[in-house]
Design a protein around this ligand. Structure first.
Ligand code: SF4
Ligand code: SF4
Length: 220
């Protein structure tokens, strides 16, 4: 990021007035202003989904969901980090499922609420990765697990789709089930080898802003 081509912007993050260069991500802006935030910060590469934020851009009335590490600071932006506990439900084991013929019954036993989808599109709007979440839920409910799983291959498990669902559906868990079931009965998800290769080549390496060491401590 070149400081020379950027300008200073003022925004609000979690109620703090922050001034940062316009080429800073929201997280970098907070850090550079001296507010060390550790909770809700993970890979800084848009992969882990920890840094979910709700934001309103300057003079716009609507809000949007985004990932703090992937969104640049803007003048007048109002940002709130979303910290909420991830509910632990939908516990299951695929091993005891005898064959793929039994998958659909098992799916509806684990996710009975999935059939109640209202097709409101709230999950699509919430998803910062642009996944067709609603379609994925419908495909899985209809037993098309491979197709459903493919839609969720870039899911970062940020839980935003689950948080806004009026039917208490956890679309990302539905997607994960679809991917697991596909891998268990048919083979690996299509991009798994690609992702592993990216990790092996260091293309998903974590980088730290200038002022922080790897323990997220400010160094000056
Ligand atoms: S938010 Fe829930 S009810 Fe609405 S489309 Fe998504 S899964 Fe269906
Ligand atoms: S599908 Fe849900 S959990 Fe996955 S990235 Fe989109 S909003 Fe986040």
């Amino acid at each position: 990021m070149g400081i020379n081509n950027s300008e200073m912007v003022e925004l609000k993050i979690d109620g703090h007035k922050v001034t940062a260069t316009s080429d800073s991500s929201i997280i970098q802006a907070l850090w550079s202003a001296g507010y060390p935030r550790i909770k809700g910060v993970g890979c800084l590469e848009g992969v882990c989904g920890s840094c979910r934020v709700m934001l309103r851009r300057n003079k716009e009335s609507g809000v949007e969901m985004a990932l703090g590490c992937q969104t640049l600071a803007e003048e007048g932006m109002d940002v709130m980090f979303l910290d909420f506990p991830t509910p632990s439900r939908h516990s299951y084991h695929l091993g005891p499922i005898a064959s793929s013929w039994d998958l659909q019954d098992k799916f509806h036993e684990i996710f009975p609420e999935a059939e109640n989808c209202r097709h409101c599109g709230g999950c699509d709007t919430a998803c910062p990765k642009g996944i067709e979440v609603q379609k994925g839920v419908r495909l899985a409910s209809n037993g098309s697990f491979r197709e459903a799983g493919e839609l969720f291959t870039v899911c970062v498990s940020c839980d935003l789709c689950m948080t806004g669902c009026p039917e208490n559906i956890a679309p990302n868990r539905v997607g994960l089930f679809a991917r697991r079931a596909t891998a268990h009965f048919h083979g690996r998800p299509p991009n798994l080898i690609h992702r592993l290769e990216q990790i092996r080549r260091g293309e998903l390496a974590i980088t730290y802003p200038e002022k922080l060491d790897k323990h997220n401590h400010i160094t000056d």
